[in-house]
Write a protein that binds this ligand. Structure first.
Ligand code: ATP
Ligand code: MG
Length: 431
């Protein structure tokens, strides 16, 4: 029979890589806790309408990337392509936003039918934060500071760059869009099919074009900057000052528009040159109109999403995963002879009690001493505890503690002394 394969672009995360994920997750949890954010969990499946109404009908995501289907009741559902829409839907539905401020975070798989390549998958994972009910630029600075704190905590600060833009209000962009469409109409012959279609439905998306001919035309096009309202300009200037005060370095990128319609005012992206073409590791901004657009009481908001796979790739390529994180097993307890298996389970349990943070494996399945030692090495253990049978009919008396390196040093001791000895070696507080 042929083997069934995973769906293209949907990855298994194997034990070799899961420590990197756990490490990254634990650092993220620590940072969001430091900033007072609380976790929210919501389904991976929602009404398709939710994403159409929030992300926008004429966006790459909604036009061609969603996994949508009719379920058995005939409801049209979609796997979530991002987290903000579901987060807002859930927060609205449960009254979390009504005259309140909320600092929330989420994590989980997202689904987009894109062309799979390094750093771009069909099931991928994001961390996100969303802050509701705070209108000033201070909350924008705060969420950017959250992402900066994560880079700091992971040792990535020198490898990422912050780009910012002010995209104004929905009305500003409408006025700019009309001007852009009028301009593009005068340069039809230089546009490709995508640009011609978009110039009427969502002209700002033409700015994202990768086609050099289209980009050449755009260099003379009207600039969004000239359409942004005065309040947005003040807000953005204050944000820049706040970032300066926090020592967060940024670049203004007037071309940064983001691929989702719900953003306004400040948008940002963290990029890296360590991942080739897939350089964006985090994207976000304000979305003051979205809550009302999804049927809630008007509530201002800002948030970002981080691509977990891309960060894991970076951390692994830059060798920033600490060695101890990768070591699942510290001690391997060997029991040569079937009559010792009960003792070996007990000794392993006693070591776990004495040293709860260590990983202790007690050998299962019997076998000769040499083959058990091989397993201990293969498991990556630093120490082997070798339980020895005494003379025929006698209870086992002694154990050997063996350091698993090339020296092969061993130390004989009473079995009762083993847990305390390992505690001394592995679990003594370092300070
Ligand atoms: P890109 O420009 O790379 O397509 P995006 O603007 O579509 O990114 P967002 O919707 O802002 O991405 O999502 C936030 C982050 O999620 C991105 O910065 C990226 O790190 C990650 N991401 C987005 N799409 C994918 C994907 N298909 N596979 C892996 N990570 C992704
Ligand atoms: Mg994309």
């Amino acid at each position: 029979m042929t083997k069934i394969q995973a769906i293209r672009g949907m990855n298994d995360i194997l034990p070799e890589h899961s420590p990197s994920w756990q490490y990254l997750e634990s650092r993220f949890y620590q940072v969001v806790r430091q900033f007072g954010y609380r976790e929210i969990r919501f389904p991976v499946l929602e009404q398709t309408q939710l994403f159409k109404r929030s992300i926008g009908e004429v966006t790459d995501i909604v036009e061609k990337e969603m996994y949508s289907f009719d379920d058995r009741n005939g409801d049209n559902l979609s796997l979530r392509p991002e987290g903000t829409a579901g987060c807002v839907r859930a927060a609205n539905q449960h009254g979390l936003l009504y005259n309140q401020q909320q600092r929330l975070w989420y994590q989980g798989p997202m689904f987009r039918h894109e062309r799979p390549q390094k750093g771009r998958y069909r099931q991928f994972h994001q961390f996100g934060v969303e802050a509701f009910g705070m209108a000033g630029p201070d909350i924008d600075a705060e969420i950017i500071a959250v992402s900066a704190a994560l880079w700091q905590s992971l040792g990535l600060t020198d490898f990422v760059k912050l780009e910012l833009n002010n995209i104004g209000s929905a009305d500003d962009r409408k006025a700019f869009g009309s001007a852009l469409t009028a301009y593009l109409e005068q340069h039809l012959d230089a546009l490709d099919e995508d640009a011609r279609r978009r110039m009427h439905t969502n002209p700002m998306r033409v700015l994202d074009s990768k086609n050099p001919a289209v980009q050449a035309v755009l260099s003379e096009a009207p600039s969004l900057k000239d359409f942004v309202n005065a309040d947005s300009v003040i807000h953005f200037d204050r944000l820049l000052k706040l970032l300066g005060g926090l020592g967060i370095i940024y670049e203004i990128n007037p071309r940064l528009v983001r691929g989702l319609d719900y953003y306004n005012n400040c948008v940002f992206e963290w990029t890296t040159n360590k991942l080739g073409a897939q350089g964006a590791v985090c994207g976000g901004g304000r979305y003051d109109g979205l809550v009302a657009q999804l049927g809630g009481k008007a509530t201002v908001a800002a948030g970002f999403a981080i691509g977990i796979e891309r960060l894991v790739l970076m951390l692994e390529e830059l060798q920033l995963i600490p060695e101890q994180v990768k070591r699942p097993v510290d001690v391997y307890v060997l029991a040569v002879g079937a009559e010792l298996s009960e003792l070996s389970l007990q000794v392993a349990a006693a070591i776990r009690t004495a040293c709860p943070s260590a990983g202790i494996v007690s050998h299962c399945g019997g076998g000769k001493y040499n083959s058990q030692v091989k397993r201990a090495f293969a498991a990556g253990a630093r120490y082997a505890v070798v339980l020895e049978a005494s003379a025929e009919g006698e209870p086992p008396g002694n154990a050997k503690l063996r350091i698993l390196d090339d020296s092969g040093d061993t130390q004989a001791m009473a079995i009762e002394a083993i847990p305390a000895e390992i505690q001394k070696l592995l679990c003594e507080p370092s300070e």
